[in-house]
Design a protein around this ligand. Structure first.
Ligand code: BGC
Length: 263
């Protein structure tokens, strides 16, 4: 039980990577807050699954790009559970188009969730952590961002997404710097291609699938559970001296796979 007694908020936890993190954290003893937006049935299913395995969980709806909704979510956590130890900034979205054809609306839609939403949740979590009275060696809180290999790798038709992920990476590092003297750790996990709702259409199309797999030295997509174990490790005391770091969980995607064939 690596997270026994801890309370963790996971944004976008009604499906995909967020759901896998929620299930894993609950199995390791954490009380999990499953955040969702417009996916109440799915969020309830996650909570029911956790409870059926003797874990503890609640779900709270909030659009993380809406400041008022984010503040209300943190207030609800304090009201219903009374504390928070871990924030996982997971919620994300994509809206693809060549950048010269991208509407401001689609640009903002992605930046508002994948970057501003992470800022708002990080800020509110940090405020709670900073108010805690802890002993010298105790860590009042821990924040983990889910970014992407695309915080580093440019990606055509996704200028909004890559800019948001690169921005989230710098936000993570700057927050880590500001919070380190307070014993609060901030890190990131950068997934590669994991089959979830965000990209499932590409995996269904054989040509697109083959294009994705060619970019992965392991030759296969990652599982949401692979991401969850990395997040668990960063959230646990085993990673107690690590802050401002990004752990890539990508089957080698960052290794420029095309160069494996020489030429
Ligand atoms: C994207 C996926 C994509 C993967 C690898 C992720 O950040 O959300 O759609 O398959 O990066 O390119």
């Amino acid at each position: 039980m690596k997270l026994k007694g801890k309370v963790a908020l996971i944004t976008g936890a009604s499906s995909g990577i967020g759901k896998a993190i929620a299930l894993r954290f609950a199995a390791e003893g954490a009380t999990v807050v499953v955040n969702h937006f417009n996916q109440e049935d799915k969020a309830r299913e996650v909570v029911e699954k956790i409870r059926s395995e003797n874990g503890k969980a609640i779900y709270i709806e909030a659009d993380i790009s809406d400041e008022t909704a984010v503040k209300a979510m943190f207030a609800k956590i304090m009201e219903r559970i009374g504390t928070l130890d871990i924030l996982v900034n997971n919620a994300g979205r994509q809206k693809d188009a060549p950048f010269w054809d991208m509407s401001l609306q689609d640009w903002n839609a992605v930046i508002n969730v994948d970057l501003t939403g992470h800022f708002l949740c990080t800020r509110e979590a940090a405020k709670l952590f900073l108010q805690k009275e802890t002993h010298e060696d105790e860590m009042p809180g821990n924040i983990i961002f889910i970014t992407s290999v695309h915080q580093n790798i440019p990606w055509a038709q996704r200028a909004n997404y890559t800019a948001a992920k690169a921005g989230a990476s710098m936000l993570m590092k700057t927050a880590a710097m500001e919070l380190a003297p307070k014993n609060i750790r901030v890190n990131a996990v950068a997934p590669g291609a994991v089959k979830t709702a965000i990209n499932i259409e590409n995996f269904r199309d054989p040509n697109e699938k083959e294009k994705i797999l060619r970019k992965i030295p392991f030759g296969k997509a990652g599982r949401a559970e692979d991401i969850a174990s990395a997040v668990l490790w960063l959230a646990s005391s085993e990673a107690g001296y690590i802050t401002g770091e990004t752990l890539f969980v990508d089957g080698g995607m960052e290794l420029y796979a095309d160069f494996a064939h020489g030429g």
